[in-house]
Design a binder for this molecule. Structure first.
Ligand code: SF4
Length: 343
Protein backbone atom coordinates (compact mmCIF):
# COMPACT_ATOMS: atom_id res chain seq x y z
CA UNK A 1 0.00 0.00 0.00
CA UNK A 2 1.29 3.44 -0.88
CA UNK A 3 2.09 5.57 2.16
CA UNK A 4 0.09 8.76 2.75
CA UNK A 5 1.78 12.15 3.12
CA UNK A 6 0.38 13.73 6.30
CA UNK A 7 1.73 17.22 5.51
CA UNK A 8 -1.30 19.00 4.12
CA UNK A 9 -3.95 16.86 5.84
CA UNK A 10 -6.08 18.87 8.21
CA UNK A 11 -8.15 17.79 11.21
CA UNK A 12 -11.07 16.06 9.46
CA UNK A 13 -8.71 14.10 7.22
CA UNK A 14 -6.44 13.14 10.09
CA UNK A 15 -9.51 12.03 12.06
CA UNK A 16 -10.62 9.86 9.18
CA UNK A 17 -7.20 8.28 8.94
CA UNK A 18 -7.11 7.58 12.67
CA UNK A 19 -10.66 6.20 12.60
CA UNK A 20 -9.67 3.72 9.89
CA UNK A 21 -6.77 2.54 12.07
CA UNK A 22 -9.11 2.00 15.03
CA UNK A 23 -7.71 5.00 16.95
CA UNK A 24 -9.54 7.76 18.82
CA UNK A 25 -10.27 10.77 16.60
CA UNK A 26 -9.22 13.37 19.15
CA UNK A 27 -5.60 12.35 18.62
CA UNK A 28 -5.77 14.18 15.29
CA UNK A 29 -5.28 17.43 17.22
CA UNK A 30 -2.08 16.18 18.84
CA UNK A 31 -0.73 14.98 15.51
CA UNK A 32 -1.65 18.24 13.74
CA UNK A 33 0.17 20.22 16.43
CA UNK A 34 3.33 18.15 16.01
CA UNK A 35 3.32 18.47 12.23
CA UNK A 36 2.46 22.13 11.80
CA UNK A 37 3.07 23.93 15.07
CA UNK A 38 6.22 22.13 16.11
CA UNK A 39 7.27 21.24 12.54
CA UNK A 40 8.60 17.75 13.36
CA UNK A 41 9.94 15.59 10.59
CA UNK A 42 9.33 12.11 12.04
CA UNK A 43 6.79 10.23 14.15
CA UNK A 44 9.54 9.43 16.67
CA UNK A 45 9.53 13.10 17.71
CA UNK A 46 5.84 12.97 18.70
CA UNK A 47 6.62 12.16 22.29
CA UNK A 48 3.14 12.52 23.79
CA UNK A 49 1.72 9.90 21.42
CA UNK A 50 1.89 6.23 22.32
CA UNK A 51 4.66 4.11 20.87
CA UNK A 52 2.06 1.83 19.32
CA UNK A 53 0.36 4.68 17.43
CA UNK A 54 3.69 6.06 16.26
CA UNK A 55 4.57 2.60 14.91
CA UNK A 56 1.19 2.30 13.16
CA UNK A 57 1.56 5.76 11.63
CA UNK A 58 5.05 5.10 10.33
CA UNK A 59 3.72 2.00 8.55
CA UNK A 60 0.98 3.84 6.67
CA UNK A 61 2.16 7.45 6.44
CA UNK A 62 5.09 9.86 6.17
CA UNK A 63 5.66 13.59 6.68
CA UNK A 64 6.92 15.22 3.51
CA UNK A 65 9.34 18.11 3.57
CA UNK A 66 10.44 20.75 1.04
CA UNK A 67 14.08 20.51 0.16
CA UNK A 68 16.06 23.72 0.49
CA UNK A 69 18.24 24.11 -2.59
CA UNK A 70 19.57 27.63 -2.09
CA UNK A 71 19.17 30.66 0.12
CA UNK A 72 20.23 34.22 -0.68
CA UNK A 73 20.35 37.15 1.73
CA UNK A 74 20.00 40.77 0.67
CA UNK A 75 22.93 42.96 1.64
CA UNK A 76 20.58 45.95 1.73
CA UNK A 77 17.77 44.91 4.08
CA UNK A 78 18.37 41.31 5.25
CA UNK A 79 15.53 39.99 3.09
CA UNK A 80 16.06 36.29 2.44
CA UNK A 81 14.98 34.33 -0.61
CA UNK A 82 14.62 30.54 -0.42
CA UNK A 83 14.62 28.19 -3.39
CA UNK A 84 12.82 24.95 -2.53
CA UNK A 85 12.66 21.72 -4.52
CA UNK A 86 9.31 19.88 -4.49
CA UNK A 87 8.89 16.09 -4.50
CA UNK A 88 8.61 16.04 -8.32
CA UNK A 89 11.76 18.09 -8.89
CA UNK A 90 9.99 21.39 -9.59
CA UNK A 91 11.19 24.53 -7.83
CA UNK A 92 9.44 27.36 -6.00
CA UNK A 93 10.59 30.48 -4.20
CA UNK A 94 9.63 31.88 -0.81
CA UNK A 95 10.70 35.22 0.68
CA UNK A 96 11.34 36.30 4.28
CA UNK A 97 11.14 40.07 4.86
CA UNK A 98 12.08 42.02 7.95
CA UNK A 99 10.74 45.46 8.79
CA UNK A 100 11.26 46.67 12.37
CA UNK A 101 9.07 44.38 14.54
CA UNK A 102 7.43 42.78 11.55
CA UNK A 103 8.72 39.48 10.12
CA UNK A 104 6.77 38.48 7.04
CA UNK A 105 6.87 35.34 4.92
CA UNK A 106 5.70 35.63 1.32
CA UNK A 107 4.52 32.22 0.11
CA UNK A 108 3.89 30.79 -3.35
CA UNK A 109 0.73 28.87 -4.30
CA UNK A 110 1.60 27.60 -7.78
CA UNK A 111 4.62 26.55 -9.80
CA UNK A 112 4.59 29.32 -12.40
CA UNK A 113 1.41 31.22 -13.22
CA UNK A 114 -1.13 31.12 -16.04
CA UNK A 115 -1.93 34.83 -15.96
CA UNK A 116 1.13 36.15 -17.83
CA UNK A 117 1.27 39.67 -16.38
CA UNK A 118 4.00 41.16 -18.50
CA UNK A 119 5.90 42.86 -15.66
CA UNK A 120 6.25 39.59 -13.73
CA UNK A 121 8.99 36.96 -13.92
CA UNK A 122 6.64 34.20 -12.68
CA UNK A 123 4.15 35.09 -15.42
CA UNK A 124 6.90 34.53 -18.01
CA UNK A 125 7.36 30.91 -16.79
CA UNK A 126 3.79 29.92 -17.68
CA UNK A 127 1.74 27.61 -15.49
CA UNK A 128 3.17 24.27 -14.37
CA UNK A 129 1.04 23.08 -11.47
CA UNK A 130 -0.81 23.96 -8.28
CA UNK A 131 0.92 23.51 -4.93
CA UNK A 132 -0.75 21.24 -2.39
CA UNK A 133 -1.87 22.72 0.94
CA UNK A 134 1.09 20.94 2.53
CA UNK A 135 3.55 22.55 0.11
CA UNK A 136 2.10 26.00 0.81
CA UNK A 137 2.27 25.60 4.60
CA UNK A 138 5.64 23.88 4.54
CA UNK A 139 7.25 27.03 3.10
CA UNK A 140 6.51 28.76 6.41
CA UNK A 141 7.57 25.79 8.54
CA UNK A 142 10.91 25.59 6.69
CA UNK A 143 11.56 29.36 6.78
CA UNK A 144 10.89 29.33 10.55
CA UNK A 145 14.04 27.24 11.00
CA UNK A 146 16.11 30.08 9.56
CA UNK A 147 14.91 32.83 11.88
CA UNK A 148 17.32 34.58 14.18
CA UNK A 149 17.16 34.00 17.92
CA UNK A 150 14.08 35.67 19.50
CA UNK A 151 12.60 36.31 16.07
CA UNK A 152 9.13 35.01 15.16
CA UNK A 153 6.97 35.16 12.08
CA UNK A 154 4.34 37.86 12.56
CA UNK A 155 2.74 38.08 9.09
CA UNK A 156 2.08 35.89 6.08
CA UNK A 157 1.41 37.26 2.62
CA UNK A 158 0.13 34.96 -0.09
CA UNK A 159 1.74 36.94 -2.88
CA UNK A 160 4.56 34.75 -4.17
CA UNK A 161 4.49 32.69 -7.36
CA UNK A 162 1.01 32.03 -8.75
CA UNK A 163 -2.56 33.27 -8.48
CA UNK A 164 -3.92 31.89 -5.18
CA UNK A 165 -7.58 32.09 -6.19
CA UNK A 166 -6.84 29.77 -9.12
CA UNK A 167 -5.59 27.18 -6.62
CA UNK A 168 -8.58 27.80 -4.44
CA UNK A 169 -9.15 24.68 -2.33
CA UNK A 170 -5.50 24.10 -1.44
CA UNK A 171 -4.99 27.76 -0.59
CA UNK A 172 -8.05 27.82 1.69
CA UNK A 173 -6.93 24.69 3.48
CA UNK A 174 -3.44 26.16 3.91
CA UNK A 175 -4.94 29.36 5.38
CA UNK A 176 -6.94 27.31 7.88
CA UNK A 177 -3.72 25.59 8.98
CA UNK A 178 -1.80 28.87 9.15
CA UNK A 179 -4.52 30.52 11.30
CA UNK A 180 -5.12 27.66 13.71
CA UNK A 181 -3.47 27.43 17.11
CA UNK A 182 -2.63 23.85 16.23
CA UNK A 183 -0.99 25.11 13.07
CA UNK A 184 1.16 28.19 12.58
CA UNK A 185 -0.98 30.24 14.97
CA UNK A 186 -0.94 33.43 12.91
CA UNK A 187 -4.11 35.49 13.29
CA UNK A 188 -6.33 36.24 10.30
CA UNK A 189 -5.53 39.96 10.58
CA UNK A 190 -1.88 39.15 9.83
CA UNK A 191 -2.58 37.10 6.72
CA UNK A 192 -3.02 38.84 3.35
CA UNK A 193 -4.00 37.15 0.11
CA UNK A 194 -3.23 38.99 -3.11
CA UNK A 195 -5.18 38.39 -6.30
CA UNK A 196 -4.95 39.73 -9.84
CA UNK A 197 -8.75 40.06 -9.74
CA UNK A 198 -10.43 36.65 -10.09
CA UNK A 199 -14.00 37.81 -9.44
CA UNK A 200 -15.72 34.46 -8.65
CA UNK A 201 -12.83 33.59 -6.31
CA UNK A 202 -13.25 36.89 -4.41
CA UNK A 203 -16.96 36.18 -3.77
CA UNK A 204 -16.19 32.62 -2.70
CA UNK A 205 -13.45 33.78 -0.38
CA UNK A 206 -15.79 36.39 1.14
CA UNK A 207 -18.18 33.60 2.16
CA UNK A 208 -15.50 31.44 3.81
CA UNK A 209 -15.58 33.59 6.94
CA UNK A 210 -11.79 33.48 7.26
CA UNK A 211 -11.58 37.26 7.73
CA UNK A 212 -8.11 37.49 6.23
CA UNK A 213 -6.99 40.64 4.46
CA UNK A 214 -7.38 40.89 0.71
CA UNK A 215 -5.17 42.76 -1.74
CA UNK A 216 -5.77 43.49 -5.42
CA UNK A 217 -2.84 43.75 -7.78
CA UNK A 218 -4.33 46.76 -9.58
CA UNK A 219 -1.49 48.52 -11.41
CA UNK A 220 -3.64 50.70 -13.69
CA UNK A 221 -6.55 53.09 -13.13
CA UNK A 222 -8.43 51.97 -16.27
CA UNK A 223 -9.33 48.71 -18.00
CA UNK A 224 -7.71 49.91 -21.24
CA UNK A 225 -4.26 50.22 -19.70
CA UNK A 226 -4.68 47.27 -17.36
CA UNK A 227 -5.45 44.94 -20.27
CA UNK A 228 -2.13 45.90 -21.85
CA UNK A 229 -0.07 44.36 -19.09
CA UNK A 230 -2.48 42.07 -17.25
CA UNK A 231 -4.27 39.81 -19.76
CA UNK A 232 -6.67 38.64 -17.00
CA UNK A 233 -8.23 42.14 -17.17
CA UNK A 234 -9.86 41.12 -20.47
CA UNK A 235 -11.94 38.59 -18.55
CA UNK A 236 -12.67 40.58 -15.40
CA UNK A 237 -13.30 44.33 -15.87
CA UNK A 238 -12.50 46.72 -13.02
CA UNK A 239 -16.14 47.50 -12.36
CA UNK A 240 -16.86 43.85 -11.55
CA UNK A 241 -13.69 43.48 -9.51
CA UNK A 242 -14.44 46.57 -7.43
CA UNK A 243 -18.00 45.36 -6.74
CA UNK A 244 -16.58 42.03 -5.53
CA UNK A 245 -14.00 43.81 -3.35
CA UNK A 246 -16.65 46.03 -1.75
CA UNK A 247 -18.66 42.92 -0.95
CA UNK A 248 -15.57 41.25 0.54
CA UNK A 249 -14.79 44.31 2.67
CA UNK A 250 -18.36 44.50 3.95
CA UNK A 251 -18.80 40.81 4.78
CA UNK A 252 -15.39 40.49 6.45
CA UNK A 253 -15.16 43.96 7.95
CA UNK A 254 -11.67 44.59 6.54
CA UNK A 255 -9.94 47.22 4.44
CA UNK A 256 -8.89 46.29 0.92
CA UNK A 257 -5.29 46.86 -0.12
CA UNK A 258 -4.66 48.07 -3.66
CA UNK A 259 -1.18 47.33 -4.97
CA UNK A 260 -0.03 49.62 -7.70
CA UNK A 261 3.32 48.93 -9.35
CA UNK A 262 4.58 52.24 -10.69
CA UNK A 263 6.20 51.97 -14.11
CA UNK A 264 8.00 54.90 -15.73
CA UNK A 265 5.91 56.69 -18.41
CA UNK A 266 3.30 53.94 -18.36
CA UNK A 267 1.13 54.45 -15.28
CA UNK A 268 2.90 57.17 -13.27
CA UNK A 269 1.35 60.43 -14.56
CA UNK A 270 -0.48 63.04 -12.48
CA UNK A 271 -3.70 62.31 -14.41
CA UNK A 272 -3.40 58.63 -13.60
CA UNK A 273 -2.91 59.40 -9.92
CA UNK A 274 -6.16 61.40 -9.94
CA UNK A 275 -7.99 58.63 -11.83
CA UNK A 276 -6.73 56.09 -9.33
CA UNK A 277 -8.05 58.14 -6.42
CA UNK A 278 -11.46 58.36 -8.17
CA UNK A 279 -11.50 54.64 -8.85
CA UNK A 280 -11.15 53.58 -5.22
CA UNK A 281 -13.50 56.23 -3.83
CA UNK A 282 -16.07 54.71 -1.45
CA UNK A 283 -14.03 51.56 -0.76
CA UNK A 284 -12.42 51.18 2.70
CA UNK A 285 -8.86 50.75 1.52
CA UNK A 286 -5.21 51.59 1.50
CA UNK A 287 -3.01 51.89 -1.56
CA UNK A 288 0.49 50.47 -1.68
CA UNK A 289 2.61 52.11 -4.33
CA UNK A 290 5.47 49.83 -5.38
CA UNK A 291 8.22 51.17 -7.64
CA UNK A 292 8.72 48.68 -10.49
CA UNK A 293 11.40 46.04 -9.96
CA UNK A 294 13.30 45.29 -13.15
CA UNK A 295 13.24 41.74 -14.54
CA UNK A 296 15.09 40.20 -17.49
CA UNK A 297 13.55 40.62 -20.97
CA UNK A 298 11.18 43.37 -19.90
CA UNK A 299 11.74 46.95 -21.09
CA UNK A 300 9.96 48.70 -18.18
CA UNK A 301 11.77 51.07 -15.84
CA UNK A 302 11.23 52.45 -12.38
CA UNK A 303 10.03 56.09 -12.21
CA UNK A 304 12.48 58.62 -10.75
CA UNK A 305 12.17 59.66 -7.11
CA UNK A 306 10.48 62.97 -7.89
CA UNK A 307 7.73 61.30 -9.95
CA UNK A 308 7.16 58.69 -7.23
CA UNK A 309 6.71 61.35 -4.56
CA UNK A 310 4.48 63.50 -6.76
CA UNK A 311 2.25 60.52 -7.54
CA UNK A 312 1.93 59.73 -3.84
CA UNK A 313 1.18 63.33 -2.91
CA UNK A 314 -1.60 63.65 -5.50
CA UNK A 315 -3.15 60.43 -4.28
CA UNK A 316 -3.13 61.33 -0.62
CA UNK A 317 -5.42 62.62 0.89
CA UNK A 318 -7.73 62.01 -2.10
CA UNK A 319 -7.41 58.31 -1.19
CA UNK A 320 -7.67 57.40 2.51
CA UNK A 321 -4.27 55.78 3.10
CA UNK A 322 -1.29 55.63 0.78
CA UNK A 323 2.12 54.05 1.31
CA UNK A 324 5.06 54.36 -1.03
CA UNK A 325 6.71 51.04 -0.35
CA UNK A 326 10.40 50.40 -0.43
CA UNK A 327 11.17 47.27 -2.41
CA UNK A 328 12.53 44.44 -0.33
CA UNK A 329 15.37 42.21 -1.49
CA UNK A 330 15.79 43.92 -4.85
CA UNK A 331 19.48 42.94 -5.01
CA UNK A 332 18.58 39.23 -4.79
CA UNK A 333 15.54 39.37 -7.14
CA UNK A 334 13.19 38.71 -4.21
CA UNK A 335 11.00 41.75 -4.77
CA UNK A 336 7.47 41.87 -6.12
CA UNK A 337 7.20 40.23 -9.55
CA UNK A 338 10.78 38.93 -9.55
CA UNK A 339 10.23 35.32 -8.41
CA UNK A 340 10.83 32.66 -11.01
CA UNK A 341 11.97 29.48 -9.28
CA UNK A 342 15.62 29.39 -10.40
CA UNK A 343 17.95 31.70 -8.49
S1 SF4 B 1 1.80 39.13 -10.99
FE1 SF4 B 1 0.84 37.43 -9.90
S2 SF4 B 1 -0.92 36.91 -11.22
FE2 SF4 B 1 0.44 38.14 -12.50
S3 SF4 B 1 1.73 36.62 -13.56
FE3 SF4 B 1 2.82 37.25 -11.68
S4 SF4 B 1 2.26 35.70 -10.19
FE4 SF4 B 1 0.75 35.56 -11.85
Amino acid sequence: MEKINLKGLWLEELEELLGKSGEKKYKSRQIAKWIYNKGVRSFEQMTDISRELRRKLSEIAYIDRLQLVKKKTSQIDKTEKFLFKLFDGKNIETVLMRDKERVTVCVSTQVGCALHCIFCATGKMGYERNLSAGEIVDQIICVKEHLEENEKITNVVIMGMGEPLLNYDNTIKAIKIIRSELGLSISAKKITLSTAGIVPGIYRLAEEGLKIKLALSLNAPSDGLRKKFMPVAKKYPLLKILEALKYYARINDVRITFEYILIRDINDSEEQAKDLAKLVRGIPCKINLIPYNPIRNCPFKKPDEETLLKFRDILYPRAPAVTLRKSKGEDIQAACGQLKGDM
